[in-house]
Design a protein around this ligand. Structure first.
Ligand code: ADP
Ligand code: MG
Length: 274
C-alpha cells in the first residue's frame, strides 16, 4: 500500500471516529495470512478489530471507574472450598438474567467466606456484558450521601447510586445507621426497586437488619422492596481467610489439595505476611 493511500485511510478513519482502525489497517494488510482474503472478509476483519479494541478500552475504563476493590472473576472462585454454597445457583446468576430482570442478589454469611468476591465477580461479568456497574460499601455510601446533603448536593450524589444498572453495596451491618442515614438507604432502595439491580453483602441475618437500619419499621420497608425480586445466597462454610491462617500456622492439609486454592493461598500469603 502506498504511503499516500495509508495517509488518506488514516485521515478518513480519524474523521469517522474509527480511532483504532488507523492503528491496525497497515498491520492487517501486511499479514501474510490476509493476502488471499476476499474484500468482504477483509472489511469484516477490519471492523471486528476496531470493535474489539474499542470494547476492550470501554471495559477497562468502566472497571477503573466502578470502584471495585479488585478484579477477581468467578474463574478464581474455588467452589470446592464452599461445599454448602450452591455452585449451580451462582453459575445461573452469572448468566445475568437477574440483571436483565432488574432483580437483586443478597449474599449472607460470616466474614471471609467470599461474599465480596462473588459480588465483584458478578459485577465484572455484568460490566463485560455492557451493563453499567458501581461498587460501594454501605458505610461509604451513607457517608457520601450525608456529606452531599450538608452541601445541597444530595440529589446529584444519589444519582451516582441510581444510575448504574448494577449497584454493589458491600458490608451491610458493620456500623449501625442512625435514622437519617437509614432513611437515605430507604430512598435509594425504593427508587432502585424494579428499576435496577442491587447486589448486597452482609454478615448479619435479615432478622438483625432492624438493629442495623435504625429501626424495625424502616428495616422491614427496605427488606420488603429488596427481597421482592431477589436471590439470596447463604454462605455458612468456613472463612477462606481463616483457613489460610490455619494452614499457615499448622502447615496442615485438612482439605483435599486444589491447585487453584494453593495459588490463592500463595498470593494471599504474599500479600498478608510481608
Ligand atoms: P467476605 O466478603 O465474605 O468477608 P471476601 O470475598 O473478602 O470475603 O474473601 C476473603 C478473601 O478470600 C478474598 O481475598 C477472596 O478473594 C478470598 N476468597 C474467599 N473465598 C474464596 C474462594 N472460595 N475461592 C478463592 N478465593 C476466595
Ligand atoms: Mg466482604
Amino acid at each position: 500500500m502506498s504511503s499516500l493511500t495509508t495517509d488518506r485511510i488514516r485521515d478518513h478513519a480519524t474523521k469517522l471516529g474509527l480511532t483504532h482502525l488507523t492503528e491496525v489497517v497497515t498491520q492487517l494488510v501486511e499479514r501474510p495470512e490476509n493476502a488471499q482474503m476476499g474484500y468482504l472478509d477483509f472489511v469484516d476483519l477490519l471492523l471486528e478489530e476496531e470493535l474489539g479494541l474499542r470494547e476492550g478500552r470501554r471495559f477497562r475504563n468502566a472497571l477503573k471507574l466502578s470502584g471495585l476493590p479488585h478484579h477477581k472473576s468467578l474463574d478464581d472462585f474455588d467452589f470446592a472450598f464452599q461445599p454448602d454454597l450452591d455452585a449451580r445457583k451462582v453459575r445461573d446468576l452469572a448468566t445475568l438474567e437477574f440483571v436483565k430482570a432488574k432483580s437483586n442478589v443478597v449474599l449472607l454469611g460470616p466474614p471471609g467466606v467470599g461474599k465480596t468476591m462473588l459480588a465483584v465477580a458478578l459485577a465484572i461479568g455484568a460490566c463485560q456484558a455492557r451493563f453499567s456497574i458501581y461498587f460501594t460499601t454501605l458505610d461509604d455510601l451513607v457517608r457520601r450521601l450525608r456529606a452531599a446533603e450538608a452541601t445541597g448536593r444530595f440529589k446529584r450524589q444519589l444519582q451516582v447510586y441510581l444510575r448504574p444498572a448494577v449497584l454493589v453495596v458491600d458490608e451491610v451491618g458493620y456500623l449501625p445507621l442512625d435514622q437519617a442515614k437509614a432513611n437515605m438507604v430507604f430512598q435509594l432502595v425504593s427508587r432502585r426497586y424494579e428499576r435496577g439491580t442491587m447486589i448486597i453483602t452482609s454478615h448479619k441475618s435479615f432478622a438483625e437488619w432492624g438493629g442495623v437500619l435504625g429501626d424495625d419499621v424502616l428495616a422491614t420497608a427496605i427488606l420488603d422492596r429488596l427481597l421482592h425480586h431477589c436471590d439470596v445466597l447463604n454462605i455458612n462454610s468456613p472463612s477462606y481467610r481463616l483457613k489460610d491462617r490455619l494452614n499457615l500456622v499448622t502447615g496442615g492439609e485438612s482439605m483435599p489439595r486444589s491447585p487453584r486454592r494453593d495459588r490463592h493461598i500463595r498470593s494471599y500469603t504474599n500479600r498478608h505476611t510481608r
